[in-house]
Ligand binder design. Structure first.
Ligand code: HEM
Length: 327
């Protein structure tokens, strides 16, 4: 998901002005800088890199992070201002409504941001745009990447997933919600990918009051981090094959895959559970059906397996795959 629509769609509009194309370029620049920011933040030790005290120290890395944050902020606010100015051109308005619905909603809700929010309306806009990038874009993109690697490594599962994809697409069937719901094998493959490589790998909660946890006294204000991969790879919960790709363990759904069931939480847990989980599952299924019905995938000899923590868990040296067009 991106703040901006794809360029081909935009250039098809006759009224697509220079500004529309420049919006796309700005969008790309924002995404590029956010990616740099993600890298810079994740190069710090996760335990100290996210703490407020550490972030305020004038280290080289912190200065780089602050510079990128400032640049991203200005770019986002410039786009926002441009779109708030309105337009006299009817077609142009149509493009804005169609492609900037999300940006527009964020700007509108910034006018009524909750009293509990400590920043300004501008901070609210910037924070939400950044959230959509980190929460909504990187997570899904990196899941597809791991999924293709796992299917390339397990050709029997790739064949099963492709057979299902071809079956649902027979006769040019549209991929609507009902069709996507019937994709049992592909759903299991995605669930198992999210177990082995959960993109949102840390869940964080702040203690709002002093409390006891087991034998520990937890003071108010403590940030508690739960490392999802540790739960997802626990042999006591998943069995001796916890580290292996076995999508069948999800044959009866995610809740029945492990005991206790909340040890599987790729989308988090509780009131702050991922707001986009259903959208993410749909996006992943659509992308996999589209790819598997057209191409086959195998591992490239150049692939080096090195999952790396960069806020999401991503391949440390990229994901070269051998992609062959199906007859
Ligand atoms: C495979 C894809 C995705 C994964 C694995 C994922 C995972 C997560 C996780 C672990 C959290 C933290 C939940 C918690 O603290 O309990 C989260 C939060 C969130 N996600 Fe996702 N996510 C994905 C895709 C998306 C998409 C597509 C969107 C929206 C476009 C999205 C929007 C959000 C938002 C807004 C939050 C914050 C919710 C809140 O704090 O109330 N996510 N996600």
């Amino acid at each position: 998901m991106a703040i901006y629509g794809p360029i081909r769609e935009r250039t098809l509009h006759k009224s697509s002005s220079w500004r529309t194309l420049s919006d796309f370029a700005t969008g790309e620049e924002i995404f590029y800088k956010l990616r740099q920011l993600q890298k810079a933040i994740s190069q710090q030790d996760a335990l100290v890199g996210l703490s407020t005290v550490w972030k305020s120290l004038p280290t080289k890395a912190n200065r780089e992070i602050q510079k990128l944050e400032q640049e991203v902020r200005l770019l986002i606010l410039n786009v926002t201002k441009e779109h708030s100015r309105g337009s006299s051109n009817e077609d142009d308005d149509c493009i804005k409504t169609k492609h900037n619905g999300l940006l527009r909603s964020i700007v509108n809700s910034a006018r009524h941001c909750p009293a509990s929010y400590r920043g300004s309306a501008e901070d609210y806009i910037v924070d939400n745009c950044k959230s959509i990038y980190f929460a909504g874009h990187e997570t899904t993109a990196v899941t597809v990447t791991w999924c293709l690697m796992l299917l390339a490594t397990h050709p029997a599962w790739q064949d099963r997933a492709r057979a299902e994809a071809l079956e649902v697409c027979r006769g040019g069937t549209e991929l609507d919600v009902d069709v996507l719901r019937r994709l049992k094998t592909i759903t299991m493959v995605i669930q198992e990918t999210l177990r082995l490589y959960p993109p949102g790998s840390l869940i964080m909660r702040e203690a709002l009051k002093d409390f006891k946890f087991g034998g520990l006294d937890i003071p108010r204000g403590t940030i508690i981090q739960t490392a999802i991969p540790m739960l997802h790879l626990d042999k006591d919960v998943w069995g001796q094959d916890a580290g292996e790709f076995q999508p069948d363990r999800f044959a009866n759904g995610a809740a029945a895959a492990c005991e206790p069931s909340h040890m599987y939480l790729p989308f988090g847990h509780g009131p702050r559970i991922c707001a986009g989980q259903n959208l993410a599952m749909m996006e992943l299924k659509v992308v996999l059906v589209r790819l598997l019905t057209k191409f086959s995938f195998s591992r490239s000899p150049g692939y080096r397996h090195a999952p790396l923590f960069r806020l999401t868990i991503e391949p440390g040296f990229g994901m070269p795959l051998v992609v062959t067009k199906l007859p």
